[in-house]
Design a protein around this ligand. Structure first.
Ligand code: FE2
Ligand code: FE2
Length: 171
């Protein structure tokens, strides 16, 4: 049985993952409008991943005899300045998610709640991967600067990344 504190925290995390999914969807839409098709594909895939994160916690709560709550989702921004600005925002949001995951992990540890600790271990690894990925894209964007050809190539690369993910070549 999950404690009330953990149940509340996990439901907040469900809401956070749902918001992240919608945020990435908004980013994907903007990229689509700009002709950045590869980047759009990448962010659509990110949105799906966040939805999977949400469902992972959702089922966990219900399987552990807690009550998972389908969250209200605030509307994310729909206008962005550039792909670089999007990545900066995305990294900032991922860092917020990481902090929330760490807080749940800390609480679960203090309660000796090994099931939640185990679930959160997965998320700790996942967050590290996502932060590194976003940082990597930002580093490339910095190198590219205002070079249109560079941006075109990065966009293609992001599209290929999304396609590989969809094909199950990456997790
Ligand atoms: Fe997530
Ligand atoms: Fe994420």
């Amino acid at each position: 049985m999950l404690s009330e504190k953990i149940t509340t925290a996990l439901n907040q995390q469900i809401a956070m993952e749902a918001y992240a999914a919608n945020y990435y969807l908004a980013m994907a839409s903007w990229c689509d409008q700009q002709g950045l098709e590869g980047s759009a594909g990448f962010f659509y895939a990110q949105a799906e991943e966040e939805r999977e994160h949400m469902m992972k916690i959702f089922h966990f709560v219900n399987d552990a005899d807690g009550k998972a709550i389908a969250p209200a989702i605030a509307q994310p921004p729909s206008d962005f300045e550039s792909l670089a600005a999007i990545c900066k925002t995305a990294l900032g949001h991922e860092q917020k998610v990481t902090a929330a995951i760490h807080a749940i992990q800390k609480q679960a540890m203090s309660e000796g709640d090994y099931r939640t600790i185990n679930l959160m271990n997965w998320f700790v690894d996942e967050q590290l991967e996502e932060e590194n990925q976003m940082q990597g894209i930002m580093d490339k964007l910095k190198l590219i600067g205002n070079d249109g050809t560079g941006l075109y190539m990065l966009d293609k690369e992001l599209g290929a990344k999304a396609a590989a993910k969809e094909a199950g070549e990456e997790d």
